[in-house]
Design a protein around this ligand. Structure first.
Ligand SMILES: C[S@@+](CC[C@H](N)C(=O)[O-])C[C@H]1O[C@@H](n2cnc3c(N)ncnc32)[C@H](O)[C@@H]1O
Length: 194
């Protein structure tokens, strides 16, 4: 994961601006929050959480108090720990993460586009051992060709490992981007249980 890590760290500041702006109002986050609200969730683990902006919404708006955030980037984890100290924090690649306990919900929002198919499958297998709801919005459509993915193919992949409860597809145009103009995010929120 070395090359990807370098890339991921190099776009940290840009991503931080997107998340700080978009987490409050962009469609993928609102849909994920809405889907989470339809389950009885007491605990959540959010992978690729960045500084915990979405997790904090889950805590304040849904009243979920047992929240863990995991991100591959140590700077994001350190900043997140200062921003949202009530959240439990860990720096880890989701691919290496070893679950120590069960969570009612697992979220991976807007970063699956970094993963190739083998890595995605590894994650579905890992998550399917946890009894709960798994929600992904798999993010930037510009990467999809690179990783041979489409909303349909990703849903099919997940179906081989989990029961798919709900799929929402769409394109959201996020304008909080000072570098490349518009930022296109394809969304497929998938509620899944093992
Ligand atoms: C585009 S940002 C999205 C942040 C946040 N989920 C949001 O939607 O606002 C992607 C985040 O995923 C993290 N990330 C990328 N690959 C990861 C991996 N394999 N395991 C854990 N975190 C990862 C990055 O460090 C970054 O914080």
């Amino acid at each position: 994961m070395k090359v990807k890590k370098d890339y991921i760290f190099s776009v940290r500041d840009k991503c931080l601006k997107f998340s700080d702006t978009n987490v409050c109002n962009a469609i993928p986050y609102n849909i994920t929050l809405f889907m989470l609200s339809s389950f009885n969730i007491n605990s959540l683990i959010d992978f690729g959480s960045q500084e915990g902006q979405f997790a904090n919404r889950v805590m304040t708006e849904l009243g979920v108090n047992h929240i863990k955030c995991v991100d591959i980037d140590p700077t994001s984890v350190n900043n997140g720990r200062k921003r949202f100290p009530k959240i439990d924090w860990e720096c880890s690649d989701m691919l290496d993460y070893k679950f120590q306990k069960q969570y009612d919900a697992i979220t991976s929002i807007n970063w699956f586009f970094y993963l190739d198919k083998d890595e995605r499958i590894e994650i579905y297998k890992k998550v399917s051992k946890i009894k709960g709801v798994f929600i992904i919005t798999y993010g930037d459509i510009n990467f999809h060709k690179l990783h041979n993915m489409s909303s349909d193919s990703v849903v099919d992949e997940i179906k081989t490992h989990m029961r798919v409860l709900n799929v929402v597809k769409g394109i959201d145009y996020e304008t909080a981007n000072d570098c490349t103009g518009r930022w296109y995010t394809s969304i497929a929120c998938v509620g899944v249980t093992s």
